[in-house]
Design a protein around this ligand. Structure first.
Ligand SMILES: Nc1nc2c(c(=O)[nH]1)N[C@H]1C(S)=C(S)[C@@H](COP(=O)(O)O)O[C@H]1N2
Ligand SMILES: [Mo]
Length: 256
């Protein structure tokens, strides 16, 4: 997290410095005081623009049409969690699945699959990009994470949403997990998806519920979500970097 904040700050500094240099080259005709006022004013605008660019990421990811759908949406990473509790849920077609939502919220609660399906849904056709070098276009249906957040009411101190998954990833039994910030969590295209290409989300793609956080790389799209936790910091969870792959060196902010 710290390194991410530092690199953001460094980026802002670079924008400011290059903006200042640009102004300097064009200001021979200006008096000193005019020059200074101009630099200050522009630097402020630049910094605002850079912050807007970096900190409010409202833009929508591209959406596609049915004609663009990949014939098959492949599976990557875990394709069937080797976890007895998960296997029992799957055997019962997830009738006993209960998604827990808690942490820094006013109204912690659990959702059955039917509870999630009873909420308004969104359908979107988007492209998934995996760092391993493949992409696929799929049609996702689910409930916007924002709908769930509205119901659980995050505390003002909450800064991240953490997804805890069912799949043990190594011999230690460590689970897959991921996290996003609240900006991405409230985004209109961020879904708790329960359908892929008009059928219930297959096990290989994360049944019963996986997150779609479009504009981010594949590893952020946690599958087999069992619990959602609102937190104010990430350094006390597992390896402390905000995700299973982040703990192993991947970038936390995987925006594309
Ligand atoms: N729980 C869990 N979520 C996961 C993974 C995983 O192994 N376990 N793999 C990630 C990676 S690297 C990618 S590219 C996508 C793959 O999604 P897919 O299996 O639907 O293709 O899920 C991500 N989410
Ligand atoms: Mo991936």
């Amino acid at each position: 997290m710290t390194s991410q904040k530092n690199s953001r700050r460094r980026f802002l500094q670079r924008v400011l410095v290059s903006g200042g240099a640009l102004l300097l080259s064009g200001c021979d005709q200006l008096s000193r005081s005019e020059w200074f006022a101009k630099l200050l004013g522009s630097a402020e605008r630049l910094s605002f623009a850079a912050q807007r660019l970096l900190l409010t990421r409202k833009a929508m990811a591209q959406e596609f049409t049915e004609a663009d759908l990949s014939p098959d949406f492949r599976s990557n990473g875990t394709s069937n969690p080797d976890n007895p509790e998960y296997q029992a849920l799957a055997a019962g077609r997830f009738a006993d699945y209960r998604l827990q939502v808690g942490g820094l919220v006013a109204r912690p609660r659990t959702y059955s699959l039917d509870d999630l399906k009873a909420l308004p849904s969104r359908t979107q056709i988007t492209r998934h990009d995996c760092v391993e070098g493949w992409s696929a276009i799929g049609k996702w249906k689910g409930v916007q994470l924002s709908r769930v957040l509205e119901q659980v009411e995050p505390h003002a101190s909450a800064r991240y949403v953490v997804f805890h998954c069912a799949d043990p990833m190594d011999v230690s039994g460590e689970r897959y997990y991921e996290s996003i910030d609240l900006e991405d969590a409230w985004h209109a295209q961020t879904l708790l998806a329960y359908e892929l290409n008009d059928v219930p989300l297959p096990i290989k793609n994360g049944a019963p519920v996986r997150v779609r956080v479009e504009r981010q790389l594949g590893y952020k799209m946690a599958k087999y979500i069992m619990r959602i936790e609102l937190v104010d910091r990430l350094d006390h969870i597992a390896g402390g970097e905000g995700g299973y792959w982040e703990d192993r060196g991947y970038e936390w902010y995987a925006g594309i």
